[in-house]
Design a protein around this ligand. Structure first.
Ligand code: NDP
Ligand code: AOF
Length: 382
C-alpha cells in the first residue's frame, strides 16, 4: 500500500477566509503566486478538489505553462495531472469545465452517488464508488495503489482541507496569506471546527511571492492506535535516516529510533552503536536519554527502523521489554527483523501481547534495509 504524499494548497485573506460570498471566485493569489501554483500543479501526479469547489468555482485546474506541460511530456508523464473530485451526493454538473478540459479525470463517490451519475458524465471520466460513505483513507489508497499517484495536490475547499488535516492525512500545508480582507461572517474558511492533531506543526518555509506570503507546514503529532498518520511517516523517515548514519558493523544491524510525544515534540533519538558503545541498540540509546518518570512517555510513540528486538545476547533486556517498561503504548516500525542474528524474532508480537499498538509501514522497508544490505542474502536486499 503506497499512499500518495498529500499537499494541501490554499490562499486565505488576512482575516482567514478562502473566498467571499459573491458569485465570482475571489482571487487571493496574485499573478506571481498563480504561477507558483501552476508549478506545484505541474509537479503533482494528481490535483484534487471537493465537489463544493467544483460547484462554486467551476474550475479547470490545468497546468497553464506550455513549458511545464512539455517538460512533463519529456519526462514520460501525461501532459496534465489527473484531476480528481470527491462527492458523496453525486450532485455534479456534467457541463462543468472540470470534465471538458485537461487530461484524465476520476470521481470518488458513494454507491448512491454513482447511481445518480450513471451515464451523465463524459465517457472518459472514471467514477469510483466506495460504498455507503467516502472514506478519505480509501480515496488515498485507491489513488496510490490503483492510479499510481505519488504526489497529490489538494486545492480545497475548506471542508476537504479540514477533513484531511483532522484525520492526520495531510503531509504538508502550503498556505498563502493575501493582503486583503473579506469581512463577511458567512464566507468559507480554510479550516472548520473539530478535533485537530494536537501540538504545533513545523514551519519548513516562508517565502514572499509578489504581495502574498507562502507558509509551508508539516505535521508533527503521531497518529493514534494502529492507524498511521502522515506525521508517522515523517518520523519513520527520520528513524531510517538515523539508521543510515550508524557506525558500520559486520555483526549487528544499523537501526535508528525516535521517541515522540503525543503533541509532536521529539523527546529523544538514538542509533545503533551510538557514543562508542559497540552493542547499544537504537531504541535503548534513545530511551536512556529520558527520565523514566517522564509523564509524556505514556502517550508517546517510538519510531524504529527495525522491529524492536525480543531476544539479545549482548544485554539482558531486549528493546521490546525496554519499551514496555518505559510505559510506551505505541510503536511504528518499517521492517520485520530477519533471521540474520536471531531465528524467528518476534519483537512486534511481544509488544502487541503487552497491549502496545504496533504499526508496520512496509513501504519504508527498503530504506530501513539499505544500511544493512551487507548483512542480508542477495535475494533479501530489497
Ligand atoms: N482560496 C483558495 O485557495 C480556495 C478557495 N476555495 C473556496 O472554497 C469554497 C468551497 O469550499 P467547501 O464548500 O468547503 O467545499 P469543498 O470543495 O471542500 O467540497 C465539499 C464537498 O466535497 C464532498 N466531500 C468532501 N469530503 C467528503 C467525504 N469524506 N465524503 C464524501 N464527500 C465528501 C462533498 O460533496 P457533496 O456535497 O457533493 O456530497 C462536500 O459537500 C469555495 O468558495 C471556493 O471558492 C476552494 C479552493 C481553494
Ligand atoms: N482562489 C484561489 C485559488 N483557488 C483554487 O484554484 C482553482 C481554480 O483554478 P483554475 O481552474 O486554474 O482557475 C479553484 O477551484 C480553487 O481550487 N487558489 C489559489 O492558489 N489562490 C487563489 O486565490
Amino acid at each position: 500500500m503506497a499512499r500518495p504524499y498529500v499537499l494541501l494548497s490554499a490562499a486565505v485573506s488576512l482575516d482567514g477566509f478562502l473566498d467571499d460570498t459573491g458569485p465570482e471566485r475571489l482571487l487571493l493569489s496574485g499573478p506571481e503566486d498563480f504561477d507558483r501554483v501552476d508549478e506545484v500543479r505541474a509537479g503533482s501526479d494528481a490535483i484534487l478538489i471537493g465537489a463544493g469547489t467544483l460547484r462554486t468555482d467551476n474550475p479547470r485546474l490545468l497546468v497553464y505553462s506550455a513549458e511545464r506541460r512539455a517538460a512533463r511530456l519529456a519526462a514520460g508523464l501525461p501532459e496534465y495531472p489527473l484531476k480528481v473530485t470527491v462527492s458523496a451526493s453525486g450532485d455534479l454538473d456534467p457541463e462543468a469545465r472540470f470534465w471538458h478540459t485537461g487530461g484524465a479525470k476520476t470521481v470518488y463517490t458513494t454507491d448512491k452517488g454513482a447511481r445518480r451519475l450513471s451515464g451523465l458524465l463524459p465517457a472518459d471520466v472514471e467514477v469510483v464508488a466506495l460504498g455507503p460513505d467516502v472514506e478519505w483513507r480509501a480515496v488515498l489508497d485507491h489513488l496510490g495503489d490503483v492510479k499510481g499517484v505519488r504526489r497529490l495536490m489538494v486545492e480545497g475547499g475548506g471542508s476537504v482541507h479540514t477533513r484531511l488535516l483532522q484525520q492526520g492525512l495531510a503531509d504538508e500545508v502550503q498556505l498563502v496569506v493575501a493582503p486583503l480582507f473579506v469581512g463577511e461572517p458567512d464566507a468559507p474558511r480554510m479550516f472548520g471546527h473539530g478535533a485537530y492533531p494536537p501540538g504545533r506543526m513545523r514551519l519548513v518555509e516562508t517565502r514572499a511571492v509578489g504581495d502574498v506570503v507562502l507558509m509551508r507546514y508539516v505535521p508533527t503529532a503521531p497518529g493514534a492506535g494502529r492507524l498511521a498518520s502522515a506525521a508517522d511517516r515523517r518520523w519513520l523517515e527520520v528513524a531510517c535516516e538515523l539508521a543510515a548514519h550508524c557506525p558500520p558493523s559486520e555483526t549487528a544491524f544499523s537501526v535508528g529510533a525516535v521517541v515522540v510525544a503525543a503533541d509532536g515534540t521529539e523527546l529523544a533519538r538514538g542509533h545503533s552503536r551510538e557514543g562508542g558503545d559497540p552493542v547499544v541498540h537504537a531504541e535503548e540509546a534513545a530511551l536512556a536519554k529520558l527520565d523514566p518518570a517522564d509523564p509524556r512517555l505514556a502517550s508517546a510513540t517510538v519510531y524504529s527502523s527495525l522491529e524492536p528486538c525480543s531476544r539479545r545476547a549482548s544485554r539482558p533486556a531486549p528493546c521490546a521489554r525496554l519499551i514496555i517498561e518505559a510505559g510506551v503504548r505505541r510503536v511504528v516500525t518499517a521492517w520485520r527483523e530477519p533471521d540474520t542474528f536471531v531465528a524467528s524474532a518476534d519483537g512486534n508480537a511481544v509488544l502487541t501481547a503487552a497491549g502496545v499498538d504496533v504499526v508496520l509501514l512496509p513501504e519504508y522497508e527498503d530504506r530501513a534495509k539499505a544500511p544493512n544490505a551487507h548483512l542480508l542474502p542477495p535475494a533479501a536486499r530489497s
